[in-house]
Design a protein around this ligand. Structure first.
Ligand code: HQG
Length: 182
């Protein structure tokens, strides 16, 4: 049962740390962090009974390493996926020659016309391999995968960032760098 409960708590933590800290009366600091003790109090006001050990386990065992603590584990943040503007202190770096973006077939035509937009999030999220892009895309429905000529984008001056949990981020992917892979 613990795994199921951890997943529910983790989803709620994602919501708070990426999109709606106000749900439990919190605000993120400039770097996207909140105090762990405030987070626990807020979560528990919503009917959960979590302890610091639960939070540590959820952070450590997260399949995508979505969260990280500061050094003394008094603060916590999400590593990517924000819709709120935060400073993740990411430095632009050279991407691999190609990256992938998994999404749903219902978005295909629009992406082919407009390119990949960040929509509600702070960045466009890109994957290093087809396997990861498949998982991301299937969340939205019937899968389509775009292959991105990230090498050429980089040559042309577009900036890329790698989040702490190894998700590639950029601001926008114009159509000329896109091909349909699957
Ligand atoms: C689509 C998850 C129409 C885009 C994942 C995507 C990732 C367009 C959707 C992270 C479009 C936005 C982010 C256009 C983009 N026309 N649709 N021009 N441009 N789109 O969830 O990349 O599991 O905000 O293709 O693993 O799916 O939550 O982005 O389908 O790392 O931790 O607009 O979130 O992480 O959807 O996922 P999302 P995403 P977690």
């Amino acid at each position: 049962m613990r795994i199921k409960e951890d997943m529910r708590v983790s989803k709620f933590i994602s919501l708070v740390l990426r999109h709606k800290p106000e749900e439990i009366g919190l605000t993120l600091d400039e770097y996207g962090c909140v105090n762990v003790s405030d987070l626990i109090k807020g979560i528990n006001k919503r009917g959960y009974k979590v302890t610091i050990e639960d939070i540590e386990r959820i952070v450590m065992e997260d399949d995508k390493q979505r969260y990280s603590f500061n050094e003394d584990k008094t603060k916590i943040k999400a590593n990517q996926g924000h819709s709120i503007k935060v400073n993740l202190e990411l430095k632009p770096i050279e991407p691999p020659r190609v990256l992938y973006h998994g999404t749903a077939t219902r978005f295909r035509d629009s992406i082919c016309k407009e390119g990949i937009r960040k929509q509600n999030r702070q960045y466009v999220h890109l994957s290093k391999d087809i396997e990861t892009a498949t998982k991301v895309g299937k969340r939205h429905g019937e899968l389509v995968i775009f292959k991105i000529n990230s090498h050429q984008m980089y040559q042309d001056g577009f900036k890329f960032y790698l989040s702490e949990n190894k998700v590639w981020l950029t601001d926008y992917v114009p159509i000329k760098y896109l091909n349909i892979e699957i």
